[in-house]
Design a protein around this ligand. Structure first.
Ligand SMILES: [Zn+2]
Length: 70
């Protein structure tokens, strides 16, 4: 179950609650502060996906020379 952030429209308290997406959308989550079921789901604060930057890695070609010291 994902965790959603809610903002109570009755008292203005903000809280997080584990619930299903349907419950979150319906706003049936009771406010822990006042108990009102007028919670409004806030925008998720999940970390945005970071695209891998920087292309070009080590080539497959090897020098083929195993140097030995000494
Ligand atoms: Zn409240």
């Amino acid at each position: 179950m994902p965790m959603y952030e809610f903002a109570c429209r009755a008292c203005g308290a903000e809280f997080e609650e584990l619930c299903t997406a349907a419950e979150a959308a319906a706003g049936k989550v009771a406010c822990p502060a006042c108990g009102a079921r007028k919670s409004e789901r806030k925008l998720s604060t999940f970390a945005s996906k970071d695209g891998g930057s920087g292309g070009g890695g080590g080539g497959g070609c090897g020098h083929g020379s195993h140097g030995g010291f000494g």
